[in-house]
Design a binder for this molecule. Structure first.
Ligand code: SF4
Length: 66
C-alpha cells in the first residue's frame, strides 16, 4: 500500500496524526500533514485507512494496488 497527502487539500486538522501517528507528521509551522514514508506495510494498513476516513478534506490518497 502507498499513501500520500494532497497538499492542495490538507488544511491541518490533524485527524490523520491522531489515527496513525507513526505514518503522518504535522508541520510545526502550519500544521499540515505529510507522510513519514509513502510505503506502508500491511500491519499499518488499517490505521492508514482509518486516517483516510477521518480526514475531513479527503486529502489522504491511498493506493492499495501498490
Ligand atoms: S486530517 Fe486531512 S486535512 Fe487534517 S492534517 Fe491530516 S491530511 Fe491534512
Amino acid at each position: 500500500m502507498k499513501v500520500r497527502v494532497d497538499g492542495e487539500r490538507c488544511v491541518g486538522h490533524g485527524m490523520c496524526y491522531l489515527a496513525a501517528p507513526s505514518i503522518f507528521q504535522l508541520s510545526d509551522e502550519d500544521g499540515h500533514a505529510h507522510v513519514v514514508s509513502q510505503e506502508v506495510g500491511d500491519d499499518l494498513g488499517d490505521a492508514v485507512l482509518q486516517a483516510q476516513r477521518s480526514c475531513p478534506e479527503q486529502a489522504i490518497v491511498v493506493d492499495t494496488s501498490a
